[in-house]
Design a protein around this ligand. Structure first.
Ligand code: IPE
Ligand code: IPE
Ligand code: MG
Ligand code: MG
Ligand code: MG
Length: 294
């Protein structure tokens, strides 16, 4: 029997709770010096969030037969690392010199709460911690995948393209290029790393990576759609932020109807790569990404 969206939400919240425990284990205590920095790191990481990247890594790991579920399991530090890198990207993305946003995960953004200097350094500290944790997996391949996803050919390349495209005319290919890098690369790498840590064979790793490419792009298209027609309470961030900065968004390039259609096609293609197996949690996550409201 196919898994329903309600089943999928239950699965997501169960794995998210596990992610929260893992993060708490690896984050420095805010009783330790430098307290202000540790407090800011904890504030941003533990303020909720869907935990999608570690959930994807975990789900790919399990799908590929990854077994060890103990605290020492190599997937645990990898999951923490992925969420820390993601949280770094949110803290810096919200800074006045970037998207200049005041609300994140339903709370004041890190720089609003702690000031810009601490927010910049909290982001830096999270990346540094993340690479140390990815190293703890013992997989040089996992470290390389994280570095590539984050680097100038990945998230950072996408973020600079996003900033430089503000106020300019963009077409579909331009936006796809930006979105694949700024958001898709880390989502794809999360799945890839999960598969690699489970020791999956190459054809399976490649298929999962293609799956990640499609859901990663769809994820950012939906993010752009929600910035226009989402609910601020549910999203925990301000709607209309993209139009305020005249951002290169998918709906701006192709219109809302095509944006919706393209996201749906990407999800269908991703699901087909996993043989449309509705019992596979990764398929459920792909469906959720297409339909999410937050
Ligand atoms: C927001 O990511 C930033 C993008 C890459 C679009 P998420 O929508 O995954 O944010 P959280 O982690 O749930 O807060
Ligand atoms: C963010 O894209 C991508 C990264 C943080 C790398 P957005 O700027 O659209 O994300 P939100 O909407 O602020 O979460
Ligand atoms: Mg941005
Ligand atoms: Mg932003
Ligand atoms: Mg956005």
């Amino acid at each position: 029997m196919a898994t329903s969206l309600a089943d999928e939400k239950r699965y997501l919240s169960e794995v998210a709770a596990r992610v929260d425990e893992i993060l708490d284990r690896y984050l420095p205590s805010d009783d330790e010096e430098p307290r202000s920095l540790h407090a800011a790191m904890r504030y941003s990481v533990t303020s909720g969030g869907k935990r999608l990247r570690p959930i994807l890594a975990w789900s790919a790991y399990k799908y590929c037969g990854g077994k060890d579920e103990t605290a020492e399991s190599s997937i645990h530090p990898a999951m923490a690392a992925l969420e820390m890198v993601h949280t770094f990207s949110l803290i810096h993305d919200d800074l006045p010199c970037m998207d200049d946003d005041d609300l994140r995960r339903g709370r004041p953004t890190c720089h609003k709460k702690f000031g810009e200097a601490i927010a910049v350094l909290a982001g830096d500290a999270l990346i540094n911690l993340a690479f140390g944790l990815m190293g703890q997996t013992g997989s040089a391949e996992a470290v390389r995948l994280l570095s590539d996803a984050l680097g100038t050919g990945g998230m950072l390349g996408g973020q600079i393209a996003d900033v430089e495209a503000e106020g300019k005319a963009v077409d579909r290919d331009d936006v796809i290029g930006i979105h694949r890098k700024k958001t898709g690369a880390l989502i794809r790498a999360s799945i890839h790393i999960g598969a690699v840590l489970a020791g999956a064979e190459e054809t399976k790793v490649n298929r999962l990576s293609q799956f990640g490419e499609k859901v990663g792009l769809a994820f950012q298209i939906v993010d752009d759609i929600l910035d226009i027609e989402g609910n601020q309470e549910l999203l925990g961030k301000q709607v209309g932020s993209d139009s305020k900065k005249d951002k290169a968004t998918y709906p701006r390039a192709v219109g809302m109807d095509t944006a919706r259609k393209d996201a749906a096609v990407l999800i269908d293609e991703a699901v087909a790569l996993l043989e449309n197996d509705e019992n596979n949690p990764l398929v459920g996550i792909a469906r959720y990404i297409g339909q999410r409201q937050n």
